[in-house]
Design a binder for this molecule. Structure first.
Ligand code: S3P
Length: 433
């Protein structure tokens, strides 16, 4: 098991380009494989999660070539996938499993999906339920992986009110809807990331979106295109927080995706008083990008508005680090989803904050954090093999005056393969052992 040792730093300077967006990279492979023609992708995230999706589609007979972050997908059309020889192993990736389930539920052949220890504990009932309503036949281990999907079922469209604000569930149902008879509609209780809808439209598939309801009709086709994957705001978020909490900093994050369904972290940090500006806004391939400049900030604690929770869902671990450095209390509620991510991110973050001497109170659906100063760690922080926990505590070294040790950091490569190198390039001092 490898660990990070993060030495104290207080000056951060420079420009950074973080890797490609994970959500978009997964969808490039899935939708490019199901399209007719050759889809070319640049800026693809070379992280283990997106590569798990790529390998799974190769295993289903799709010719996909990759050179670094450039990927060429020879699409086989909606009905051209082939039965894989073995169970598809999706590693740590919940997005691969939930979205692919929607596609596989509608295939002529049966398949099995499995994952690592963390993925095997994550709830899949949320995607199995609507798919069964559509006519899919899926076996599971009490709602958890491995999943056995029976081929040869014909699906019918449904109107589904999402019980949780989840882009993965929305996307799963819409992808199954591509194969279903009639119209499939999904109504989400709060806005969630909209990459599936945007990219389907980019591949020429009509999706009707009115407020938080999105509908499509099965039986159409996807036409190959080119995708330029922008930098992932979820990876950029680590440096937004580091830039705010470091006593002396001025950093610019280049070409970050600022799709409005992903910018909750920017809104939350601004409400906390972050010295953060969006520069050079532009649109590329249907997504909004900006360079984000961050400088040292005097953060203050806030009550996080509930409607921002789904828009910042992956960024809370590092937002908690910002809250630990803010003046006053930060309160997060309505965020029970954090308990079923790669780890229970409320409890695991609370445990790590305790080691750094930050007072907090765990709530069933969130946390209260009393801002203060990091103390000499009383032990080694356990990431529970959750990439975002590891990277979040590494950022605390921009403010803490003592070395911080974080155990179980191998999974950082699932979303951010060159994390240590990039982080150190702006002045941090992280060693991986
Ligand atoms: C994702 C959606 C989010 C997010 C995950 C990626 C996606 O999950 O946490 O990392 O690509 O659709 P939920 O929509 O289930 O909250």
């Amino acid at each position: 098991m490898s660990k990070f040792i993060a030495q104290p730093t207080n000056t951060l300077h420079g420009n950074l380009k973080v890797p490609g967006d994970k959500s978009i990279s997964h969808r490039c492979i899935m939708l490019g494989s199901l399209a007719n023609g050759i889809t070319e992708v640049s800026g693809f995230l070379q992280g283990e999660d997106a590569l798990a999706t790529l390998k799974a589609f190769q295993a289903m007979g799709v010719d996909i070539q990759r050179e670094g972050d450039k990927v060429t997908i020879h699409g086989v059309g909606l009905h051209g996938l082939k039965k894989p020889n073995t169970a598809l192993d999706l590693g740590n990736s919940g997005t691969s499993m939930r979205l692919m389930l929607g596609i596989l539920a509608a295939q002529k052949f049966s398949t099995e999906l499995k994952g690592d220890v963390s993925l095997s504990k994550r709830p899949m009932g949320r995607v199995i339920d609507p798919l069964m309503q559509m006519g899919a036949v899926i076996g599971s281990n009490q709602g958890k992986p491995p999943l056995k999907i029976k081929g040869g079922q014909s699906l019918k469209g449904i109107h589904y009110d999402l019980p949780v604000a989840s882009a993965q569930v929305k996307s799963c149902v819409l992808l199954a809807g591509l194969y279903a008879q009639g119209e499939t509609c999904v109504l989400e209780p709060e806005t969630t990331r909209d990459h599936t809808e945007r990219m389907l439209k980019g591949l020429g598939y009509p999706v009707n979106v009115v407020d938080n309801k999105m509908c499509l009709t099965g039986g159409g086709k996807l036409t190959a295109t080119q995708f330029q994957v922008p930098s992932d705001i979820s990876s950029a978020a680590f440096f937004m927080v580091a830039g705010c909490i470091a006593p002396q900093s001025d950093i610019v994050l280049k070409g970050v995706n600022i799709n409005p369904t992903r910018t909750g972290v920017i809104d939350i940090l601004k409400l906390m008083g972050a010295n953060l500006e969006l520069l050079n806004k532009r649109e590329i391939g249907g997504e909004l990008l900006a360079d984000i400049r961050v400088q040292s900030s005097n953060l203050k604690g806030i009550q996080i508005p509930s409607e921002l929770v789904p828009l910042a869902i992956d960024e809370f671990p590092v937002i908690f680090i910002a809250a630990a450095c803010a003046q006053g209390e930060t309160v997060l509620t309505d965020a029970q989803e954090l308990r079923v991510k790669e780890s229970d991110r409320i409890q695991v973050m609370a445990d790590g904050l305790n080691i750094l001497g930050i007072q907090n109170q765990v709530l069933e659906d969130g946390i209260k954090i009393q801002g203060g100063s990091f103390q000499k760690p009383t032990g080694v922080i356990q990431s529970h093999h959750d990439h975002r926990i590891s990277m979040s505590f590494a950022m605390a070294s921009a403010r803490c005056q003592y070395p911080i040790e974080i155990d179980g950091v191998d999974n950082v490569a699932t979303s951010f393969p060159n994390f240590v190198e990039l982080t150190n390039s702006i002045g941090m001092k992280i060693v991986q052992r």
